[in-house]
Design a protein around this ligand. Sequence first.
Ligand code: UN1
Length: 499
Amino acid sequence: MTTLSLEVEKLNNFINGEWVNVSKTQAVINPATGEEIVQVPLSAEEAVNEAVAAAKAAQKEWALVPAPQRAEVLYRVGYIMKERKERLSQLLTMENGKVIEEARGEVQEGIDMAFYMAGEGRRLFGQTTPAELKDKFAMSQRAPVGVVGIITPWNFPIAIATWKSFPAIVAGNAVVWKPATETPIMAYELAKIFEEAGLPKGVVNVVFGAGSVVGDAMVHHEAIRVISFTGSNDTGRNIASECGKQLKKVSLEMGGKNAVIVMDDADLDLAVEGILWSAFGTSGQRCTACSRVIVHEKVKRTLEERLLAAMDKLTIGNGLDESIKVGPIINQSGIVKIKQYIEIGREEGAKLLAGGYELTEDAHENGYYFAPTLFTNATADMRIAQEEIFGPVVSIIPVSSFEEAIEVNNGVTYGLSSSIFTNDVNRVFKAQRDLDTGIVYVNAGTTGAEIHLPFGGTKGTGNGHRDSGIQALDVFTEWKAIYVDYSGKLQRAQIDVES
Ligand code: UN1
C-alpha cells in the first residue's frame, strides 16, 4: 500500500480568491478506518452572502473575457489534475472510501470534463435563423445566467463537481459551490487547482458546511439564478419547491433504482460481470448502481449460481489496498439504512442468498463495511425492489418474457439507468426505445456513463435537465434571441410582411 501523506492541515472556505478561516468545524472520517482525516468548516449564512457578492462582482468581468480565453483556464485545470491524478485519487479514497482503481477512474472523469468543456470555449454554438422581414438578420446565442449555485454529493465528490462547475465557468458564469460535508478534501483540492490555473478571483467560491445552513442560504439568495443539485430525493424536492416559488432555475439529479435485465439468450458470464461491477463497485453507492436484476426464469438458476460464485471472490476492505474490490460504506447512517432494508426484504418474503450483514471484525473493525448482498425471488412491488438503498444490495426479480422485463424495469418512480443483456438484435432496439431511463446500456452494466453524453434521468430521478454532455450548457445559459434590422426603416413584425 503506497499512501501519500495528506498535506492538507486545515480546510478553509475559498471566497473571492482568499482562504477564509471558519472557527466552527467538524471531523471528516475515513470510512475505511474510522480515523479522523481533517476538520471541515461549518459555515454560517454570512459566508454564502460574501461568496455571492464576490461571485456577482467577478462574473461581470468574467463574462466579458472571450470564451476561448475562459477555456484556457480549464485546459490548465485539466493539465494540473492530470499531473496530480495519483494524489487526488488517494485523497479521494481516503475521504470517500471507494477503491483506488475507481478513485482514479473518477479523477479521470474530471480530467476528461476539463478538456471537453475547454473545447466548448471555441464552440458555444448559437444559431442563425431566417427572419420574416427583408433586410433583417435573426440569431440566437447562449448568454451566461450570472451567479450559479452548485451542491454536490459525497459519492462522486470531484467528478460531479466538474460536470457542473466546468460548463458554468466556460459559459461565463461565476460559481458558489457547497460540497458534501463528508468529502470536503476534493473540493479543497479543486479550489487550489482553480487558483493555480489562474482563474480570476471570485469566479469560483467554495463554502463548506453541514446540514442545510449553506444550501438553504444559496437557495434563498436572490442573486443566485440557478441551483444545480445532485443528492437525495427529499433534499432535491425541497430545493425544487423553494426554487419554484422564486422562479429560480433548478437542475436536479436524485438517484435511481437501476436494473440489469438478463434475457434467456444472454451471455450469462458477461451478465454476471456486468452485475458484479455495477452492483458492488463503489459498494453500490452510485446513483447508477444496479440494485435490481430482472432475469428470465429460464436462466434464473444458472445466473444465481454463477453470481454467487463470483461474489465469493470479492475482497472487502480499505480501498487503498490495490487488491481490494469493495470498499466501505460512507458512514454509520449508511450502514443503518442498509440494515433496515435487509430487514424489510426478509419481512417482505424475499430470499436472502448471500450477505445481509455488517462486517465488524479484524480489518473491518473500525470502518463501515457491509457484505455484498443478494436477495432472490423478489417481486417488482417490494420495497427492496422499489426504493434506493445506496449500498451493495441486489434483488433478483424473475420474469417470463421480454415485455414483462421492460414493464418491471419501468415500474419504479426513478428513471436514471438501465441495462439489458441479450444477443437478439430486435430486443436490443426495442429495449433502447422502451426502457424509460435517461441512460440505457446494452450488454454492459448500469454504471460507467461517459462525460460527453448527457447524464440524468426521467421521472423521480430529476426534473428534465442533464449534467455533463453538451446538454449541461442548457442549465448554465439562457438563450437570447437577437434581431438586427438593416433596412433603415421601422419594419413591423407580423404586419409589414409581404404576402
Ligand atoms: C453518480 O453516481 O451520481 O455513470 C455518478 C457512472 C459514473 C458517474 C456516477 N460515471 O456510474
